[in-house]
Design a protein around this ligand. Structure first.
Ligand SMILES: [Zn+2]
Length: 216
């Protein structure tokens, strides 16, 4: 497919409920973005995991998935699985995070994710990032909640495999989960690749975006 290109990307924001969500949903895209845009600035917010081994994993993972980028990671201590009960804290945290950055693209969970923590953050993101294109990533899980995406980022076989290898190397606390394996990650990437005439791809649900035929 002939792609629509965003031009040079200088800054992105990454939003996640949990450590590992960003890399699972958009790891191949991050690898590609960082390499294609030297000096990329990345502002990342993860709502759960502060002070735990998962925060340590996430910091190292983002460094690996964003080679050469200037990564600013904030991890807060909202309880995993309980985010809807901490709505005000999540809203205030996201609002404060918003004031620290002016991204070209925002990556966030997608609105119809079955996990309540993901879904809450997806619903909060557009009210804070009102002037930004938001791409909702997908996360394969036990619930049958995969979206029907219409926005694809093709990945080479090399990058798709690199993503899988980095996920395993970066998140030792998660490798025992029954959904955390190469077949699951590559399988979904292959499905999304078929849908956009590529070997592999990551797919996104566009919250909202605009197109500019003049000023790019
Ligand atoms: Zn998650």
């Amino acid at each position: 497919m002939k792609p629509l290109g965003p031009g040079r990307v200088e800054q992105i924001a990454l939003l996640a409920a949990h450590c590992d969500d960003i890399a699972i949903g958009a790891g191949g895209t991050l690898l590609t973005l960082a390499r294609a845009n030297p000096g990329l600035t990345v502002h990342a917010l993860v709502l759960t995991g502060s002070g735990s081994e998962r925060e340590v994993e996430e910091k190292a993972a983002l460094a690996a998935f964003l080679p050469g980028a200037d990564v600013h990671l904030t991890v807060t201590d909202i309880p995993d699985g309980r985010s809807p009960g901490y709505w005000a804290e999540a809203k205030d945290t996201l609002a404060a995070f918003r004031r620290t950055c002016e991204p070209d693209i925002v990556f966030a969970p997608q609105r119809h994710d079955a996990h309540q923590d993901h879904r809450q953050l997806a619903s909060l993101a557009p009210s804070e990032f009102r002037d930004h294109s938001i791409l909702g990533y997908e996360i394969l899980k036990w619930e049958s909640d995969l979206p029907t995406p219409t926005f694809y980022h093709p990945l080479s076989a090399t990058v798709a495999q690199e993503k899988v290898d980095l996920l395993h190397a970066s998140y030792p606390s998660q490798v025992d989960k029954d959904w955390f394996d190469a077949d699951a990650f590559l399988g979904l990437s292959r499905v999304r690749g078929v849908q956009c005439k590529s070997r592999y791809a990551e797919a996104f649900v566009v919250e909202k975006t605009v197109i500019d035929f003049v000023g790019v």
